[in-house]
Design a protein around this ligand. Structure first.
Ligand SMILES: C[C@@](CO)(OP(=O)(O)O)[C@H](O)COP(=O)(O)OP(=O)(O)OC[C@H]1O[C@@H](n2ccc(N)nc2=O)[C@H](O)[C@@H]1O
Ligand SMILES: Nc1ncnc2c1ncn2[C@@H]1O[C@H](COP(=O)(O)OP(=O)(O)O)[C@@H](O)[C@H]1O
Length: 303
C-alpha cells in the first residue's frame, strides 16, 4: 500500500559557528546561522496499530535510540494518543556529519505525526517538545533558515541570499559530545550582532570554533577543507563536523567538482532556501487534502 504521507527531512549547514561561553549544566552557548538545504532524508508515514520504524540503510539503528521513534513517543506521551504509525526512513544524510540528519528526521516525525494523528499541536509546542530531543530540532520544526543563539533554541528567521553549496563528507562519524568535551575548544568568541548582510557570515570575520578541534581529532577533515579551498577558494566545516562545504558560483560548478571528488569521500550539491522543503510539502499536502474534501462535498450536494 502507498504511504499516506511522504515528507522530506532537509539538511542544514551552520554557515558559521561561534562558541561564546558555557552554561553551568555544561551546554555551550553559541551563535550560528542555520541554512536549510533542498537535500535530505525522506520519511514515509502510514497509520498502524503500534509504532514501528524501518530504514533502507542497515547502519541506521531502528530501535528506540532513533530520534524518529523518540519523537513519536514524546508525542504519544504528551497527547496521550493511542495511535500508532508505520514509518519508513530513506536515509541520505551522513550520520554524525554536522548536517543535522537525526534532528531533522525528528522534526519531520513531530510534524508528520501531528498531521497523521490529527493532534493540532502548534509549532511552538512542537519546537518545545523537540528541544528535549536535541538542540537542533527546534530550527527544523520552525522551518526557516535562521540566526540562532542560546544553545540553538533562540531562533530569528533570516532571509539568506540564494546560494549553491558543495558539501563533502570525508567518511567520518563525529560525535558532537566529543568535540564539545575537548578542553582545547575555544569558548570565548565575543558576541556578534546579526550582520546586516548575510554574505558577511561567509567572510573571515565569522568562523567555526569547532573546526580546529575536529581537525585535530580527524585529520581527514583538514584534507577535505584543503581540497575545497583549492578548488573553490573557500571552505568551512558545518556544526561539529564531519562535513565541510564551499559556496559555489552555481550548481554546474558543483556537478563538475563532484566528478573530481577523491573516491573515499562522498558529497552532494544543494541550494539553500529560506523556507524548509518540509513546510512547503506539508502546505501542498494540506491544500490537496482540502481540495479533495471540497470536491467530495460538492459531489455529495449534486447527487
Ligand atoms: C552544535 C551543533 C550545531 O548545529 O552541532 P551538530 O550536532 O549539528 O554538529 C548542534 O547545535 C548540536 O546539537 P545536537 O546535535 O542536537 O546536540 P544534542 O544532541 O543536544 O547534544 C549532544 C551533546 O553535545 C553537547 N552540546 C550540545 C549542544 C550545545 N549547545 N552544547 C553542548 O555542549 C552536550 O554534551 C550534549 O550532550
Ligand atoms: N534518525 C536518525 N538519523 C541519524 N542519526 C540518528 C537518528 N536517530 C538517532 N541518531 C543518532 O544521532 C547521532 C547524530 O546524528 P546526526 O544528526 O546525523 O549528526 P549531526 O548532528 O552531527 O548531523 C547518530 O550518530 C545516531 O547515533
Amino acid at each position: 500500500m502507498a504511504p499516506i504521507l511522504t515528507l522530506p527531512a532537509p539538511a542544514k549547514l551552520n554557515l558559521f559557528l561561534h562558541i561564546t561561553g558555557q552554561r553551568t549544566d555544561g551546554y555551550h552557548c553559541l551563535q550560528t546561522v542555520f541554512a536549510l538545504l533542498d537535500h535530505g532524508d525522506t520519511l514515509h508515514f502510514e497509520p498502524a496499530e503500534s509504532l514501528s520504524l524501518e530504514c533502507d540503510d542497515p547502519e541506521v539503528p531502528c530501535d528506540s535510540s532513533n530520534l524518529i521513534l523518540r519523537a513519536a513517543q514524546v508525542l504519544q506521551h504528551h497527547t496521550q494518543t493511542r495511535n500508532g504509525a508505520r514509518i519508513r526512513l530513506q536515509k541520505r544524510l551522513p550520520m554524525g556529519g554536522g548536517v543535522g540528519g537525526g534532528s531533522s528526521d525528528a522534526a519531520t516525525a513531530l510534524l508528520g505525526l501531528n498531521q497523521l494523528w490529527n493532534l493540532g499541536l502548534s509549532l511552538d509546542t512542537l519546537a518545545e517538545l523537540g528541544l528535549h530531543l536535541g538542540a537542533d530540532v527546534p530550527v527544523f520544526v520552525r522551518g526557516r533558515s535562521a540566526w540562532a543563539e542560546g544553545v540553538g533554541e533562540k531562533i530569528t528567521p533570516v532571509s539568506l541570499p540564494d546560494a549553491h553549496f558543495l558539501v563533502i563528507h570525508p567518511g567520518i562519524h563525529v560525535s558532537t559530545a566529543r568535540i564539545f568535551g575537548d578542553r582545547e575548544l575555544t569558548r570565548d568568541t565575543p558576541i556578534s550582532k546579526l550582520p546586516a548582510s548575510l554574505e558577511a557570515v561567509l567572510t573571515r570575520d565569522f568562523h567555526n570554533d569547532c573546526e580546529a578541534v575536529a581537525q585535530r581529532h580527524f585529520p581527514e577533515i583538514g584534507k577535505a577543507l584543503d581540497w575545497l579551498r583549492q578548488h573553490t577558494g573557500n571552505a568551512r566545516m558545518t556544526g561539529t563536523g564531519a562535513c565541510c562545504f564551499a559556496r559555489l558560483t552555481g550548481s554546474q560548478q558543483g556537478q563538475q567538482l563532484l566528478q573530481q571528488l577523491p573516491q573515499h569521500w562522498t558529497g552532494f550539491v544543494a541550494r539553500s532556501g529560506n523556507t524548509s522543503p518540509l513546510h512547503q510539502t506539508l502546505g501542498e499536502t494540506l491544500a490537496k487534502f482540502r481540495e479533495t474534501k471540497n470536491s467530495g462535498e460538492s459531489a455529495q450536494t449534486h447527487k
